[in-house]
Design a protein. Sequence first.
Length: 235
Amino acid sequence: MQIQERFMEQLSISSYQHWYYDADLALLRLYNDDTDQLYLKYIPIGTFSLTSETWMWSWFNDHSFEPNKDSTLAVMEFGLENDYPKLTAGTFSADKFDCWEFTAISLATLGGIGVYRAPSEKLQSYLLITAVLEENSQEVIHFNQAKVECKIHGRSRPAFFCQHLNLEHPKGFEEAFETYKGMELGEDDDFQAWCDECEKVRIRNNGWNEYAEEFAKIKLVCEYCYFELKSFNCH
Ligand SMILES: [Zn+2]
Ligand SMILES: [Zn+2]
């Protein structure tokens, strides 16, 4: 696999001790510290469970949240055309040689610059790397701003809202600035929203002061929860 050798060598892939990925952004960070790091875009190919010794294609995996995971269906179609059952079944017993074969076929079918195997104690994730991202690219900035872990939506950027907003009764939705889903945020910007009652208190107090803040009791949510609140509460 010449592409793979070049990928490993030119980007010194094995020199990085740590990895971390964000499924929503399909972005992988390899790093030693904050100055020695690499940001990569990927498509999840599949996972190998070390406990059950089974392979699972990402198109079959309900726990795979990458928005681009269905591109691996092209590999499944290739399997259908060429009568290769291991490419068409979602999950089955396998060994590490199978896994590398699947990743090689995926690389050949989908294109890309290489393959990375993200190891953890019980599960190995095979990722098809499609691009290297600049550290100052919007996607990387977005990735580094993602500091909130939501039980429903996973990791995302933080967002703030007043204690009165919920998904039961619409209460208005005032914002610090006009927002839309996935928008870029400046370093000092945060998603912030409050209800009509808070807006009245804020105006009476000539802006946010101790009293208005006490009334609002701002809470932290993930940005996806924020936009759910927004669409429900907006007049
Ligand atoms: Zn409020
Ligand atoms: Zn959420």
